[in-house]
Design a protein around this ligand. Sequence first.
Ligand SMILES: Cc1ncc(COP(=O)(O)O)c(C=O)c1O
Length: 491
Amino acid sequence: MQRGSASHVDKKSNFKKQLKLVAMTGDDMYILNNSNPVPLYKQLYNQIREHILSGKLPAESRLPSVRDMAIELSASRNTVDGAYQELYAEGYIYSRPRSGYFVSALNQEVAPQALSGKPGKNDYLPGPPSCFAYDFHPARLDPESFPTELWRKCFIEGLRRNSEQLVQYGDLQGDWGLRSLIQSYLERSRGVTCDPDQIIVCTGLQQSLEIVAQVLKESHSVVAVENPGYHLPRSVFQNHSYTIFPVPVGQGGIDLNHLKASNSTIAYVTPSHQLPLGYVMPVANRLALIEWAESGGNFIIEDDYDSELRYHGKPIPSLQGLRPTGNIIYSGTFSKLLSPALRLSYLVLPYSLLATYRQLYRAYFPSVSLLEQRTMATFMGQGHWERHIRRMRMIYKKKHDILLRSVDTHFGARAVVLGQGAGLHVVLILPDTLHSEAEIIDRARQRGIRLYPFSDFHVTGQPEAATLLLGFGGMNGSEIEQGIAILSQIC
Ligand SMILES: Cc1ncc(COP(=O)(O)O)c(C=O)c1O
């Protein structure tokens, strides 16, 4: 009797665990609808399959037993068994003797889309390693470009220097040596005027914007963003309860009339290489934007993410340099030339915000590892960083030129190219294609090409013609050529 009740308790808690597993991994429990003409087993199969493809049911999750699932759903065992058998036959799940069914490990990159899934909103974020033969990701770097050996040497040097500092928490704003080097680099090459005191070493734009959102939230609530524009600022400010106001972007950058007509008091801009269209904001508009900030007590966030990569002429100087004492928050990153995986960037706050920042963050610790900061400082201090930039500019210029030549050869007058001459991507407009963006992405996928939806950059509205975003950093020359040739056949 005792044994019986113990096993009953075990079973019950096991069952609960299994149910919890389903509930934890899905938004809802599975729902079967008797009035739906789709057979019940197929409804269940579809829902489990969708949870597996979307990752809600991760690899190695155990499915509830046929019996338990049938009880839970008030369905027959045949229904559950039918669904499981089909999932098993197609390889979505596998069985372990005496243990039940488990979710198979699928490569999410090549898995078909979840049934109700649209092309993912965040498909252009770095994902797991790609299995596509041609990947036009806009933020992937040359696979052989990371200076591994130099980095190793700089790391070891940093490790040996002042090792007593490794047993303490470092400076909240980052290692002083690195901040000083960033300051002189910014002054020399980006025309930014600031003190190391104003610099915060961050783990990427995301963290920089989190700080800005915190620091400004007492007196600001509406942020203007470029439309089309980078999705990340929208997410961060929305998560901090700001209202997002999309402002159209033209050849002159963010539309100042729209901006002025809005009640935004913060404007996030990419003035030296607008993402995604590639426009450079002319100096007259920069000055007008600064005037908007100064006259209204407003703030500009200048995201200067890839300005080193300009292939003709000199990089465009920063907006911050036009008014170093103005309300301009400047953000830069090492992700575009060195490595997005390092998570190393910097934020320059105007003096007017420093006191609030230090007050709000007085109990915080630095976010970036001191060893990583020292490695970067050694890398910069020994001149490797600027040599690396020159090398990267040559590598990417070559790829950029191959891309433009291939587009010219294979698309000719069918395509209009925007944003050439800088960065790691160009935009291709196809005024005459009969295919929608989704169709092109799907047709490309079938030919081994990965594209990223341009429409994701739009907060409102859509491009008038099919538009492709073509990142070229991660592919070699012949991959770029072949990828473009195939694209020209399917668009
Ligand atoms: C406009 C823009 N800013 C910033 C970044 C990335 O910055 P980080 O890697 O430092 O977060 C990206 C990355 O693609 C970007 O597109």
